[in-house]
Design a protein around this ligand. Structure first.
Ligand code: ZN
Length: 104
């Protein structure tokens, strides 16, 4: 599955518990892809995808560098604020909504 962020197709890959270590998900800067733990329920998967899309947006636009200059934790704090408020209203297309419901 892919999400389109700023015109870029970002792969979203489901990963097993071993490769995710203690994380639910991450945006990988090296491969420019989103990794999501495969065992999450749809509500958590939706919220997590919104969170990682925002990380990807910050990376693509170079804002992660600017935020990192201010504080190591700034990006994560801003992303969590987004996830809690705007992330709930984020629009995903039909294909992504099907993936959220349990697609692979
Ligand atoms: Zn995060």
């Amino acid at each position: 599955m892919f999400v389109n962020i700023g015109g870029l197709e970002i792969p979203v890959l489901l990963k097993g518990k071993k490769s995710m270590k203690d994380n639910f998900a991450c945006f990988c800067h090296n491969t420019e892809s989103i990794h999501v733990l495969s065992t999450m329920d749809p509500a958590l998967r939706r919220k997590t995808l919104a969170h990682e899309c925002f990380h990807a947006f910050l990376f693509i636009t170079g804002h992660n560098e600017l935020l990192g200059d201010i504080s190591e934790n700034f990006e994560e704090a801003l992303t969590r604020a987004f996830e809690q408020h705007l992330g709930l209203y984020m629009f995903f297309n039909k294909e992504i909504e099907e993936w959220i419901k349990g697609g692979t």
